[in-house]
Design a protein around this ligand. Structure first.
Ligand code: 3PG
Length: 403
């Protein structure tokens, strides 16, 4: 199929590659570079085949000017340059007309990385609404577009879907690998199929829950997702992370009532407190006080989840059970990973936080496959396809480039 990188003639061509470099960064230091290493096969292939490379990626959500400071891709550029032992030009102004000239002047094997595409969202959400003119301009920076950002392939954005409307496009090597692995593992899972979900991206994941429930036999919840369900069921969750959208909360109640036998919620928690950093307490889930914050699942929850995990033939894990980076709240995530490790079925984890926790806590070998995608993997699991990949696989008509 021509939409695969190795079928394209990239020699001397300007190749725009969309990676997913949405990596955790603290004080300018990259905490987990897995996504950068995942991009190396495609980059090395392009260098070896004498392409001129233009890299695009998003990083975090950019809603205010202040967000720019914490979401610059500069540390990623630095890290990639160090790994490749190669100079990479970093361009801060993504829509600078001079970029057309600069990309034309690239020599084979040279690389330009553009700043976070979500900086464009500060001006009319140009990236996230897949703005036509923005997509057209970005496409003018290359002759070929390569989508190698599996983790962003569920997003209909200018840099994932828009560019491919204008120039010949294909999928990259790591994305192809993801599809092969996920196809063989989760499109037709062996049952009982258990999904374990936690973590912080509440609103995004809540939208997928109803659909996940049509595929899985059990859904074990923790973190902001569980808190939102608990809130919907009138439990007090103190100052814990949860959805505050009334419509969503009402919907969750309805979903819970329909799926009582599938959805499992925490029975207990380890909590912190909004005004005292040293406050750590074990609490039953119906005893959470106003200033308390749920940061981990408790021992009774672990015991309850264990019974289900033990009998599962396929397990998909997304997110963590708590704030595992803080030792005081890492027990739930570690214990659940320990139980998953002992299961002999197929075990897949997806999403930055899940994969980071698995690697940091040393459970990499426990999994059949670790996917880079979080929301994207969930959506692929549910639908069997993703918008940005469909856009490339189904495209044969390219609009005429006229910038
Ligand atoms: C991820 O971390 O799941 C991907 O990078 C997508 O990020 P997003 O949810 O901000 O689009």
């Amino acid at each position: 199929m021509k939409q695969r990188l190795k079928k394209m003639d990239v020699k001397n061509k300007r190749v725009i590659v969309r990676f997913d470099y949405n990596v955790p960064i603290k004080d300018g230091v990259i905490l987990d570079a897995t996504k950068i290493y995942e991009s190396l096969p495609t980059i090395n292939y392009l260098i070896e085949n004498e392409a001129k490379i233009i890299i695009l990626s998003h990083l975090g959500k950019v809603r205010t000017i202040e967000d720019k400071e914490f979401n610059t891709l500069y540390p990623v550029c630095d890290k990639l340059s160090e790994i490749l032992n190669k100079y990479i030009t970093f361009e801060s102004n993504i829509l600078d007309p001079k970029l057309i000239e600069k990309t034309n002047e690239l020599k084979p094997g040279e690389i330009i990385m553009l700043e976070n595409t979500r900086f464009l969202d500060l001006d009319g959400k140009k990236e996230s609404i897949c703005d036509f003119e923005t997509s057209r301009f970005l496409s003018s920076l290359g002759d070929i577009f390569v989508l190698d950002a599996f983790a962003s392939s569920h997003r209909r954005h200018a840099s994932t879907v828009g560019i491919a409307k204008f120039i010949p496009s294909c999928i990259g090597l790591s994305l192809e690998k993801e599809l092969n692995n996920l196809d063989s593992l989760i499109i037709n899972p062996a049952h009982p199929f258990t999904v374990i979900m936690g973590g912080a991206k509440v609103e995004d994941k809540l939208l997928l829950i109803e659909k996940i429930l049509t595929k899985c036999d059990f859904l074990l919840l923790a973190g902001g997702l569980a808190n939102s369900f608990l809130k919907a069921l009138n439990f007090k969750i103190g100052s814990s992370l949860a959805s505050h959208n009334k419509e969503v909360v009402n919907k969750l109640k309805e979903i819970m009532l329909k799926n009582k036998n599938k959805i499992m919620l925490p029975l207990d928690a380890i909590v912190g407190c909004s005004y005292d950093k040293n406050y750590v307490k074990y609490k039953k889930i119906n005893k959470i006080e106003d200033n308390e914050i749920i940061y981990d699942i408790g021992t009774k929850t672990i015991e309850k989840y264990k019974l289900t995990i033990e009998k599962s033939k396929t397990i998909f894990m997304n997110g963590t059970m708590g704030l595992y980076e803080d030792k005081r709240y890492s027990n739930g995530t570690r214990e659940i990973l320990e139980i998953v490790q002992k299961n002999n079925g197929k075990k897949i984890a997806g999403g930055g936080d899940a994969v980071s926790s698995i690697k940091n806590l040393g459970y990499q070998e426990a999994f059949t496959y670790l996917s880079c995608g979080g929301g994207a993997t969930l959506e692929y699991l549910i639908k069997g396809h993703l918008i940005a990949i469909d856009n490339i696989m189904e495209s044969d008509e390219i609009e005429v480039l006229d910038v």
